[in-house]
Design a protein around this ligand. Sequence first.
Ligand code: HEM
Length: 206
Amino acid sequence: MTHRQNWFEGWRLFALLGLTLTALCIWIASMRQFDVDGLRMVIRFTARTSLLFFCLAFSAAALARLWPNGWTRWQRRNRRYLGVTFAASHGLHAIAIGCYAVMDPAGYAAATSAASYIFGGLGYAFIIAMTATSFDRTAQAIGPRAWRTLHLTGGYYLLFQFTVSFGKRIPDMPLYALFLIPLAIVFALRMISMAQKGARRPVQAS
Ligand code: HEM
């Protein structure tokens, strides 16, 4: 298929995006000679790139159903690869967090809490489980029902986690409210699409 042969489709798309994100993280950290401030910039950068790819993956099915066109069909077709790119972006978030903890233990302890370990840890557990089941063979192994339950629960949990992580910074930095807009849009799109799907379903005779 021609789709699979270009760099904007499938695993090639993932490779392109993953390498670009990695290069950008190295470049950002190098601007500060890989010091603690540079690592914190990478943590913030990857949180934001994760938000972008999460929103693209989690809105894909709803958008393709509500507005079928070339772009939404591309997004729906590549939903898996956009989701795995989100996971890679959050892998870079984790690497930068690990480096921060080693280089500045006191600053790191002040920036984190028991709650960030519990909620963040659960977020990473979902990301790992969802990534592990993003391959044909592993998705088939758990079956469509378990796959849907895992990806739906994990998706909504991550939506909640992004909302809390950006939201808690609003009192100090009001512009952080802007990050909540794409999250609210994704949630609304999923609700509208679900309502339309429900309305179209034929009523079963009892
Ligand atoms: C145990 C797991 C995690 C730890 C220890 C952790 C740690 C951190 C730290 C220390 C910062 C602050 C960086 C700074 O301002 O210098 C940060 C920022 C952030 N993290 Fe994480 N994180 C974790 C998991 C997650 C997860 C799962 C998500 C989302 C799904 C997430 C989303 C964010 C966001 C949105 C920010 C704010 C970025 C910004 O200021 O623009 N984190 N994280």
